[in-house]
Ligand binder design. Structure first.
Ligand code: SAH
Length: 236
């Protein structure tokens, strides 16, 4: 399954801290106040993470000036980095604790993984595209996110060697929640996932695992890139 594997055990200076106040600090503050706090993002740890992670470094140079705007941006391979509000909403919905182990499916740029690393414990993230996985891993390492491990492969199968997880997040949309991800979630754990096919309206759903099954609630209508790979041949 795994095409490549990256483990981030090297301790890097900074632990996610930008070296000096950057030229985007004001834009980032504005984003937090206007696009997050003025909506329904209340969790102090999530707001602090969004105020800290240098989102402009996760987008291509030509989009840096737009990095803190209230919309998604292209990251290559026909994929996108989510709107900041959606990143914050999904993170907040998981009600993460400092020591929680989190699995993310859809590393993309690595931005969401960095935000998760700021509020949780170990973060495991899987990306289907080798080029994106490689780039994200390199940037996360440069920024000192040594609690994040990146794997290139099909997230449908999860990361069984590291299970169980306290929380799972999908940032690509499957038609239904892959069973291996439910199996790898601990009892009482939470999963956030945009469910819906390619041309369908998708619904962001929050699930809690109770007696081996997911109790799902609807959070918001959303639009994510589709989950590819094994899920396309799988039935619920
Ligand atoms: N979380 C990312 C954005 C994700 S975009 C960020 O913060 O930048 C969705 C990503 O899911 C894309 O990079 C896409 O390649 C990936 N993806 C799609 N199907 C996948 C699968 N089966 N397993 C792992 N990643 C997948």
């Amino acid at each position: 399954m795994s095409l490549c594997f990256f483990s981030m055990t090297e301790a890097n200076a900074g632990a996610g801290e930008p070296a000096a106040p950057d030229r985007y600090a004001a834009a980032r503050r504005h984003m937090v106040e206007q696009d997050l706090q003025d909506r329904d993002i209340r969790d102090p740890a999530v707001l602090a993470a969004m105020a800290k992670v240098p989102r402009h470094l996760f987008v291509d140079a030509r989009y840096q000036a737009e990095a803190y705007a209230d919309h998604p941006l292209p990251i290559g391979e026909n994929q996108t980095i989510s709107q900041p509000y959606i990143v914050a909403l999904m993170t907040q919905s998981l009600k993460l604790g400092r020591h929680d182990r989190v699995l993310e499916i859809g590393t993309g740029s690595g931005y969401q993984a960095a935000v998760l690393a700021e509020v949780a414990g170990q973060v495991y993230t899987i990306e289907l595209h080798k080029s994106l996985a490689g780039r994200a891993e390199k940037l996360l390492r440069t920024l000192g996110y040594d609690t994040v491990s990146v794997r290139c492969g099909d997230g449908f199968f999860g990361w069984p060697e590291q299970a169980p997880f306290d929380a799972v997040m999908l940032t690509c949309a499957p038609g239904h929640v892959p069973q291996p991800l439910i199996d790898q979630l601990r009892e009482g754990g939470r999963i956030i996932v945009p469910v819906g096919g390619v041309f369908q309206v998708q619904t962001l759903m929050l699930g809690t695992k109770k007696q081996g099954r997911l109790n799902l609630e609807n959070i918001a209508p959303v639009r994510f890139v589709p989950m590819r790979g094994r899920i396309e041949k799988s039935t619920p």
